[in-house]
Design a protein around this ligand. Structure first.
Ligand SMILES: NC(=O)c1ccc[n+]([C@@H]2O[C@H](COP(=O)([O-])OP(=O)(O)OC[C@H]3O[C@@H](n4cnc5c(N)ncnc54)[C@H](OP(=O)(O)O)[C@@H]3O)[C@@H](O)[C@H]2O)c1
Length: 327
């Protein structure tokens, strides 16, 4: 069922005008890959029982300037969410701090009642004094009410994946996660994840509550979290790279002068598509959540799911991301 859907929607994506120029390149690579490499897994079993398609969607960009307030075009933002689901996304990342609150509300507004199998991963533990400003709050009583409020805004009885947005250095992590364990025991949370953590911090957290995933910044040119990723792969935990295409600033992989440009041109695909394909093939536990407010970019990004690199191509590209000692 899922494969039929993704194949159909992929063809739709290819026929869309935005992807039109890329069609030849993608088809060529898919054909070459089926002859030379085994296809990487399209799905991942989060926490052993929640099946997600590995290429997800990050909803944070569906807010106003500074990740603050409602998106300037709310109707378009809802279309982006609905189209993401049509294109095969069943893993959407959000946080109570995006907006704040508006991002969770928007997801419910666009998608509730939710299609079967849709996994909404939210986060708590950061507050927003103003646009572009983020502060940590890991106090147990704060997190307890944050979970309740997310449940209400998302119109859920249980959150499939709740992630501690940041460890609050002012509060022992055992206390923060103790509150989350209680929420899990009460049936409000199915699985727990962390964000921006090291392998040692995962180990520490696991003493309080089972941890099924982490969300760290990671992309083709930013591999600071390589050790944490390797830990997740060993432990079969989900690794959710945020800013998988470099975010919105100067490090965006869509900016001219990117090291992948020549390789992307050679394959007649976009740099963003090549970077996402590279990421998906980096590890079977990799669950990228590229974000966009643009329907055209969404179509382009989702088409990358079908772009398969041969082992040699993947290795060649791997080397291009390390020219300035980024690792
Ligand atoms: N855990 C954390 O601390 C944390 C931090 C940040 C983000 N996140 C999560 O990670 C998700 C992704 O991170 P992110 O949004 O910072 O970075 P990203 O997904 O790497 O990049 C998003 C930016 O790239 C642009 N873009 C998307 N597709 C494009 C394309 N095909 N061509 C050109 N530009 C394109 C978007 O602009 P357009 O809207 O114009 O397409 C947007 O500005 C977020 O939505 C959020 O869920 C988590």
């Amino acid at each position: 069922m899922h494969n039929d859907v993704t194949r159909r929607t992929f063809l739709a994506a290819l026929s869309a005008s935005t992807a039109g120029v890329l069609t030849g390149g993608l088809q060529k690579i898919v054909a070459a890959a089926s002859a030379s490499t085994s296809k990487s897994e399209e799905t991942f079993l989060l926490g052993g029982d929640v099946l997600v398609n590995r290429l997800g969607f990050g909803a944070m960009r569906l807010t106003g300037e500074g990740i603050w307030g409602w998106p300037p075009d709310r109707e378009n933002a809802k279309k982006v969410l609905r189209r993401a689901v049509e294109l095969g996304v069943n893993f959407i990342d959000t946080a109570d701090a995006y907006g704040p609150e508006t991002n969770e509300l928007l997801i419910a507004e666009a998608l509730y009642p939710y299609p079967k199998g849709l996994v909404i991963a939210t986060k708590g533990g950061q507050t927003r004094p103003g646009p572009g400003q983020w502060e940590q709050n890991g106090r147990p009583e704060y997190l307890t009410q944050a979970v309740d409020k997310s449940l209400k805004r998302l119109k859920l009885e249980r959150i499939d994946l709740w992630q501690l947005h940041r460890i609050d250095r002012k509060v022992p992590v055992e206390e923060s996660l103790g509150a989350i364990k209680k929420a899990q025991d009460a049936g409000k949370i199915r699985h727990v994840g962390l964000s921006e953590v090291s392998a040692a911090e995962i180990e520490q957290a696991k003493k309080v509550v089972p941890i099924v995933s982490i969300q760290n910044r990671y992309n083709f040119t930013d591999r600071e979290s390589e050790a944490a990723l390797n830990y997740c792969q060993k432990e079969k935990m989900g690794f959710i790279p945020w800013a998988p295409i470099g975010g919105s600033g100067s490090r965006s992989l869509s900016k001219a002068g990117n090291a992948l440009e020549a390789e992307a041109k050679r394959h007649n695909v976009s740099v963003v598509q090549l970077a996402l394909a590279w990421l998906l093939q980096r590890s079977p536990v990799m669950l990228p959540i590229p974000g966009t407010s643009s329907l055209a970019h969404l179509e382009e990004n989702m088409a990358a799911e079908k772009l398969q690199l041969s082992a040699d191509e993947w290795k060649r590209i791997e080397g291009l991301g390390r020219p300035h000692g980024i690792l």
